[in-house]
Design a protein around this ligand. Structure first.
Ligand SMILES: [Zn+2]
Length: 301
């Protein structure tokens, strides 16, 4: 079984009519229990000291976030309503991605039932993202192991703009984003590799591009670990995505990613990324795909 990382505070009482489905973490976890994928493979992250986020974020921004002194404009850009529970879960989730990364280094693979807040920038939040777990985790890994070469492989339908921006001067961290060019963010940042897809692309062409980008990333960067953002907003009926990828196509994509890195002997930690659907159960089932794909390729615990 594949190591899982989860915290019960990831989901909390949240407006049901909001575009962001806060219940999806808990519902995905419950799905995995039902699927028989949770036994003694579950790991719980601890909330870090807020100073640890200074690795990836402006100390003034982190403080304003925690003290609730961000202005209305900053919250509008984030797109979520402030609450103590939101800040609490926001501080834990990046530690979850870091824990998954460490477990991946140990076991070859680990999956986080959370993470992928790739629109969070150095000094501001954006697009439902407050702190950038991918930037934070890769910088924390590099702090522990300066020579570790880290690949962030982001297949969410939206560009990983915050990640690209925070990490742009890092020599050992490579950011690869395959996204729909027409989707948010409208002003793109420059990742190490950006692949902008046209709106309406469907499975075959998409999977071909994902595979060639995987091959290129592995041969060009020879990473020691990959953090994989498995956003399901590439789905054909996603409320915020403009691609035309089937349910089966998402599974094929995730399986391909796990297989490639396994074959290359590169540890992989996945995060769930974006997905938007008014039906919370349908959404949680889609977010569960990446865990099914990981377990179809790996059996480590
Ligand atoms: Zn997204």
């Amino acid at each position: 079984m594949v190591p899982l990382v989860y915290h019960p505070d990831y989901s909390f009482a949240f407006p049901r009519d909001h575009r962001f489905t806060m219940s999806k973490f808990k519902l995905t976890y419950e799905n995995l229990v039902r699927y028989g994928l949770v036994h003694n493979n579950l790991f719980t992250p601890e909330k870090p000291e807020i100073e640890q986020f200074h690795l990836a974020h402006d100390p003034g921004y982190v403080k304003a976030l925690c003290k609730n002194t961000l202005d209305e404009k900053a919250w509008r850009r984030i797109g979520l309503p402030f609450s103590e529970q939101l800040i609490h879960r926001t501080l834990i989730a990046p530690a979850g991605t870091l824990l998954a990364s460490k477990l991946a280094l140990e076991h070859g693979v680990a999956c986080h039932i959370g993470g992928g807040t790739h629109h969070a920038h150095y000094s501001f939040g954006s697009g439902f993202c407050l702190l950038n777990d991918l930037a934070f985790s890769s910088l924390a890994l590099n702090q522990m192991k300066p020579d570790l070469k880290i690949l962030i492989f982001d297949l969410d339908v939206h560009q990983g703009d915050g990640t690209a921006s925070i990490l742009k001067n890092e020599k050992n961290i490579y950011t690869v984003s395959v996204h729909c060019e027409k989707n948010f963010p409208y002003r793109k940042e420059t990742s190490t590799v950006d692949v902008g897809l046209y709106a309406g692309m469907s499975d075959d062409e998409y999977l071909t591009i994902v595979e060639s980008t995987l091959n290129e990333s592995i041969s060009r960067f020879s990473p020691d670990i990959v953090l994989y953002d498995a956003g399901v907003d590439i789905w054909e009926h996603d409320k915020l995505g403009l691609l035309n990828i089937s349910w089966q196509g998402i599974f094929e994509r995730d399986k391909l990613v796990f297989e490639k890195f396994k074959q290359a002997g590169i540890p992989i930690a996945s995060v769930i990324g974006g997905g938007y659907d008014p039906d919370e159960h349908e959404l949680a089932r889609r977010h569960s795909i990446v865990f099914e794909a990981a377990n179809s390729v790996f059996n480590v615990l």
